[in-house]
Structure formats: structure tokens, C-alpha cells
Design a protein around this ligand. Structure first.
Ligand SMILES: C=C(O[C@@H]1C=C(C(=O)O)C=C[C@H]1O)C(=O)O
Length: 283
């Protein structure tokens, strides 16, 4: 039986994937499925995908079925640079208005609801839509985009619309980092394929450490060719993102989960984050 690895199809996950030895992983019977986060979340929940990066919100919804991997996440301390609310009016004036939300996201969609309803006490009507800023804004006053969709939209629309970086607002309001993506494994996969999961985990960690030690340079050169933008934009983007998942990132995530529970967006409170103790398991 193969182990299926979910691969978020956004540049922000690349530090964990860029230096993977995919042939070695395929020889060990691993397969890769690239998808936007919301799709990966569903497929992890249904068991079609076994391991990989998912929305942190999806962990909160499936905390009994998933185990988190230490040291790996997509987190921001303040501005993230790829998660924006684009609005025709200032944020405070959105009360009673219509906001379109990208179908690709789960964490940022809920973070936006926390910001608008909990931090700013606004009442909003939401529609989930495909991530296309033109269509989204035809009949809505604002829209949320994430990942490369948001990066391109910001490049092209920053003069004509108000834009708000959700990582920035979260940090201003809480003083905490925001973890958008975590790395998780299904509990049965961890139980049945412990040593292979250990190998995959080490591969992600090594790719991340190598990307960081190279200041993301070969990776950024490839990104510029594929996605455009200039090198200095991508340099800043990756230097600002935090790819760790230590005590402070976990504190921020636990607070996000606490607010989600208070606002009834998750059914059960998350009392502890179930993080794999790799020191004990991996030899
Ligand atoms: C930083 C980002 O984080 C992403 C946001 C996610 C979400 O909102 O559910 C999920 C995974 C992350 O890759 C981004 O895509 O811009």
C-alpha cells in the first residue's frame, strides 16, 4: 500500500518540497498529490491523502484523527504577504455588506471571520467563490484571496482597492503569530508505516533546513521563472515567513483554536495539540 503525500500548490510551501528526493520517496512507494489547501484538507479527512501540509483549521476539525509534525509550519509574525482582504471600502465600513471568500482556503477564511465579527464586531454576508478577483468583486464589496492568487492580485490591484493583510491584523490584535498551514499525518498511517513516516518527516525537515541555509536562492530563481514577480519581492516574502512549529507558534495556534471554539466554528475545544514526539519514535 502506498503512502500519499499532499502538496499544497502554492509557492509558500515550497521550502519543504523543493529539495525532496522525490525519486527516493517514490521508490519507497510514496505518491504526491498537488492541490489547493481546501481540497487537501478534504482528502486528508476522507483518507485519500495520508500526510502533508494542510490548513491549520483542518487539523482543528480532525484533531482526533491527525497527528501534527513538529518543526514544520507556514506561520507569520505579522504581515504574511499572501493573504489579503481586497475591499472597495475601508474595512470598518463593511458592516452589513457582502464579502466573497476563496474556496481554496480554510484557515484564512475563518481568520477573516474572526477579524470582521470578533475584533471589529461587523455583521457580514459571505459567499464562497472560485479565486478570481474580477468575478468576486462584481457583486461583492470585498473578497479574500490567499496564496499565489493573492500575490498576483496585490501586484495588479493595490492602487484601486483597500487591501488588508490578515497576518498583520491578527498580530496587532493578539501579539501572537498565526499558523496557516501545519504538517499532519493520519493516525492510522503513523501507526502502520511509522518508519516511512519518519523518513518523510526527515525529508521535509531537511528540505526546509537546506532552503533556509541557501536563503531560498535556487528556489526563488525557479519561482521567478514560473510565477513572475521580481527576486527582491520573493526574497522578502520567504524571509518574512516562519517555517518553524515550536512553542511560540503553537501558542498562537492554540489561541486561534480557542477563538474558533468560542465562535462555534469548531465543535470541540482543542485542549492540547497532538504533536508527534519524534525524539522518541525516530531512530
Ligand atoms: C500563507 C498562506 O498560507 C496558506 C493558507 C491556508 C488556508 O488559508 O487555509 C492553508 C495553507 C497555507 O499554505 C497562503 O497561502 O498565502
Amino acid at each position: 500500500m502506498s503512502v500519499v503525500i499532499g502538496e499544497i500548490s502554492y509557492t509558500n510551501i515550497l521550502p519543504f518540497f523543493y529539495h525532496l528526493d522525490r525519486d527516493a520517496l517514490k521508490k519507497r512507494n510514496c505518491q504526491f498529490i498537488p492541490q489547493v489547501p481546501a481540497q487537501l484538507n478534504q482528502e486528508m479527512a476522507s483518507g485519500r491523502i495520508d500526510i502533508g501540509g494542510i490548513s491549520s483549521f483542518a487539523y482543528a476539525e480532525n484533531a482526533n484523527a491527525f497527528t501534527l509534525m513538529p518543526n514544520l509550519s507556514v506561520t507569520s509574525y505579522g504581515a504574511v504577504g499572501s493573504i489579503y482582504l481586497f475591499s472597495k471600502v475601508p474595512l470598518q465600513e463593511l458592516d452589513g455588506k457582502k464579502v466573497a471568500l476563496t474556496l481554496s482556503s480554510a484557515s484564512s477564511v475563518h481568520l477573516l471571520k474572526i477579524i470582521l465579527e470578533h475584533f471589529y464586531s461587523l455583521s457580514i454576508s459571505y459567499t464562497m467563490m472560485k479565486p478570481d478577483i474580477g468575478t468576486m468583486l462584481l457583486e461583492h464589496d470585498a473578497c479574500l484571496l490567499i496564496g499565489d492568487d493573492a500575490i498576483v492580485a496585490k501586484r495588479e490591484n493595490s492602487d484601486s482597492l483597500y487591501n488588508y493583510d490578515l497576518g498583520d491584523i491578527w498580530y496587532d490584535q493578539t501579539g501572537l503569530p498565526m499558523t496557516f498551514a501545519v504538517f499532519a499525518v493520519r493516525n492510522e498511517t503513523l501507526r502502520d508505516h511509522t518508519s516511512l513516516v519518519g523518513y518523510i518527516y526527515r525529508s521535509f525537515l531537511e528540505s526546509k533546513l537546506r532552503s533556509e541555509s541557501e536563503n531560498y536562492q535556487p528556489m526563488i530563481a525557479d519561482i521567478v521563472k514560473t510565477y513572475g514577480g521580481n527576486k527582491s519581492f520573493w526574497d522578502k516574502y520567504f524571509l518574512k515567513l516562519c517555517n518553524d512549529f515550536g512553542p511560540q507558534e503553537q501558542r498562537g495556534l492554540s489561541y486561534f483554536f480557542e477563538v474558533l471554539y468560542k465562535m462555534n466554528y469548531i465543535a470541540e475545544p482543542i485542549k492540547t495539540l497532538n504533536i508527534w514526539n519524534t525524539d522518541v519514535t525516530i531512530k
